[in-house]
Design a protein around this ligand. Structure first.
Ligand code: NAP
Length: 247
């Protein structure tokens, strides 16, 4: 069996850095047409864009703040103008801004909810338009196990990811009739700018894992390539935890 995503149009929000940029590299290596979305990190997005173009792969690079409806609309229309369709939307853009609840400001709370949850809502609302017309599409939300288990010091992040899981299940119900699948993937601990300050948590998670190791970036990329392909069908509204912690 072949996992074939060649020619598919794949939009990855927040793909200037971290997991998103690695997804862009993996998808373009498989000959998909990719859209890099960035907001603050223009230099990194440009470097990635040049790297992908050098592989002779169709690629766009679009600045859009996922929390802003008109910028999300711009991201959508530029994608359609270039490629005419969208097969896969990956809601990956995410931030954290940690504090214990007594000292967490309303700004910290709102900022994280806005990017991690409202961003996914806005992008799903926009991109599902074309998916409905196509009678085909896949929405993959990058959630977190913290949205299921909670995490002290990250009430905003954990609540945003729990909300993203609710959004996933609801959109699966609304969009299933149009042959659009909506699933959530919760990565293991992948060291990026997001969590470099908190790497000790990786060892704690490792100790709780029956495999005594954490899943790697390669495990995550492989799973997302598979779920983006037509080999993965008939599954929607599900949450996939990419680890081996069994409670
Ligand atoms: P990262 O390295 O910090 O990258 C975050 C990305 O999100 C950047 O490309 C950033 O782009 C983008 N972004 C932030 N705000 C944005 C906005 N308003 N509009 C558009 N893009 C925005 O983080 P990561 O570790 O790769 O995380 C990617 C996703 O995986 C997140 O949703 C995170 O919650 C989830 N996750 C990660 C882990 C992990 O272990 N790393 C575990 C569970 C879940 P700019 O810099 O251009 O703004």
């Amino acid at each position: 069996m072949n996992v074939d995503i060649s020619g598919k149009v794949i939009v990855v929000t927040g793909s200037s850095r971290g997991i998103g940029s690695e997804l862009i590299r993996s998808f373009s290596a498989e000959k998909a047409k990719v859209v890099i979305n960035y907001y603050n990190s223009e230099v990194q997005a440009r470097e990635l864009y040049d790297e992908i173009l050098a592989l002779n792969t169709d690629c766009l690079m679009i600045k859009a703040n996922v929390t802003n409806p008109s910028e999300v609309s711009f991201l959508y229309h530029e994608t359609i103008k270039a490629f005419g369709r969208v097969d896969v939307l990956i809601n990956n853009a995410g931030i954290c801004d940690d504090n214990l609840i007594q000292i967490m400001s309303i700004d910290q709370w709102k900022k994280v909810l806005d990017v991690n949850l409202t961003g996914a809502f806005l992008c799903s609302r926009e991109f599902s338009k074309i998916m409905i017309k196509q009678n085909y599409g896949k929405i993959i939300n990058i959630a977190s196990m913290k949205g299921q288990d909670g995490c002290a010091g990250q009430v905003n992040y954990s609540a945003s990811k729990a909300g993203l899981i609710g959004l996933t299940k609801t959109l699966a119900k609304e969009l299933g009739q149009y042959n659009i699948t909506v699933n959530a993937i919760c990565p293991g601990f992948i060291v990026t700018d997001l969590n470099r300050h908190d790497e000790s948590k990786k060892d704690i998670a490792k100790k709780k894992s029956v495999l005594r190791t954490m899943s790697s970036l390669q495990d995550l990329l492989g799973f997302i390539i598979y779920t983006s392909s037509d080999l993965f069908s008939g599954v929607s509204g599900r949450v996939f935890n990419l680890d081996s912690r069994i409670t």
